[in-house]
Design a binder for this molecule. Structure first.
Ligand SMILES: Cc1cc2nc3c(=O)[nH]c(=O)nc-3n(C[C@H](O)[C@H](O)[C@H](O)COP(=O)(O)O)c2cc1C
Length: 357
């Protein structure tokens, strides 16, 4: 249950880390959208594992096969199904944790909830599932691109060290999706140090959505900010989201309020959302990722029979999940905005008249 996200632009993902395939079915995509299959693949390539030492060494081409919903280069308005076959499973690496709960991972809760679990590579709890989200996000971005809306993200903090600038152009080519080339050097030495200590690190991703119209977001229970936060916390390992100025709670009203001038807002502490509705400023948010739970340090745990054990992990893991997580943040944000755009079309008589009169 609950493998779907969105109201009109709605996607459902399926598959496990070491199963045959993962994939996504996206419903609600308007007919006639130019479908750029190369762009879809390039988005998956940004997230795919095995590219450098800052990602898990699992080698997957993450080649997307589009099964339906596209004809002669355009969407047909029918569900778009995309499958990605798993190629590089090494399930043997997980046989020693078959009956053991990895600290920080979902093994304990999956076992107690379902009484059965695909332990190979984390099964459904593996972030392999996020490749399917990135495929959905690529289609959402195709819609947004046509409307001139840009979703971008990059890593702003690793291991408590914060970037000094936000260079989204640099983030595109950086192996860490880093927003600051100088801080990146510090991050790299810290990551290497922690890797040598068989440990992992947490990090923060900054999200920015530009050129949004005023009016996206449905008060009261489908606010732009509450749905965005929900989308972000649905990503594996995300523990927090801040919309707008993350220090707002330390400010006074007069410092925090965004005053308004003839040409728009004079600041953007709100992060582009007021009353749950986009105000035309950039939507800005920070997404907080915990450190990768699977580490190669011995840790205490129990097995499914309640015996105390020492966990000694094998397998391949991301040293810090916020890096590839940054691509997933963009994808989920794009899906939220595509959904909000479609929802907003029903909110005014003048919109209906434009279509039907
Ligand atoms: C892109 C991405 C890659 C991840 N890679 C790993 C990994 O290699 N090893 C691991 O133990 N956890 C990894 N995680 C985190 C786990 O999937 C996550 O911590 C686990 O499912 C438990 O869920 P929770 O942390 O949200 O409670 C990754 C998360 C993301 C977003």
């Amino acid at each position: 249950m609950f493998n779907s996200f969105g109201e009109i632009f709605r996607f459902t993902t399926f598959g496990e880390s070491h199963g045959k395939a993962i994939g996504v079915v996206i419903d609600g995509v308007p007919a006639g959208l130019e479908f750029d299959e190369r762009f879809l693949q390039s988005e998956l390539d940004r997230r795919k594992p095995g590219k450098n030492r800052f990602a898990t060494a699992r080698k997957e081409s993450d080649t997307a096969e589009v099964l339906s919903g596209v004809f002669e280069g355009k969407t047909t308005g029918t569900p778009i199904a995309i499958v990605i076959f798993n190629k590089d499973q090494k399930s043997k690496d997980y046989s020693n944790i078959k009956d053991i709960f990895r600290p920080g991972h979902a093994d304990f809760t999956y076992w107690h909830k379902y009484g059965i679990r695909d332990y190979r590579g984390g099964g459904r709890s593996s972030a392999r599932e996020t490749a399917a989200r990135v495929a959905a996000g690529a289609i959402a971005k195709m819609i947004l691109n046509e409307l001139g809306i840009e979703v971008k993200a990059g890593v702003i903090e690793i291991g408590g060290i914060r970037a000094e600038k936000e260079d989204y152009q640099y983030a595109k080519t950086s192996p860490l999706f880093a927003l600051d080339e100088n801080t990146e050097k510090e991050w790299i030495s810290l990551i290497d140090k922690k890797r040598n200590e068989h440990d992992s690190l947490g990090g923060v991703v900054k999200l920015k959505i530009e050129n949004l119209p005023v009016g996206l977001g449905e008060p009261v229970y489908y606010k732009l900010d509450n749905v965005l936060a929900s989308a972000m916390v649905s990503i594996n390992a995300v523990k927090g989201v801040y919309i707008g100025n993350k220090d707002a709670h330390k400010l006074t009203g007069s410092q925090n309020n965004d005053e308004i001038g003839k040409d728009g807002f004079l600041s953007n502490n709100s992060g582009g959302v007021l009353g749950g509705i986009s105000n035309g400023e950039s939507v800005e948010a920070e997404i907080y990722f915990k450190p990768t739970p699977s580490i190669f340090k011995k840790q205490k745990s129990i097995d499914i029979y309640g015996n105390e054990v020492e966990v000694d992990l094998k397998g391949r893991h991301d040293p810090i999940v916020a890096i590839r997580g940054s691509v997933v943040v963009e994808a989920m944000a794009a899906c939220v905005i595509a959904d909000m755009l479609l929802l907003n079309m029903t909110r005014k008589m003048e919109f209906l008249k434009k279509i039907y009169q």
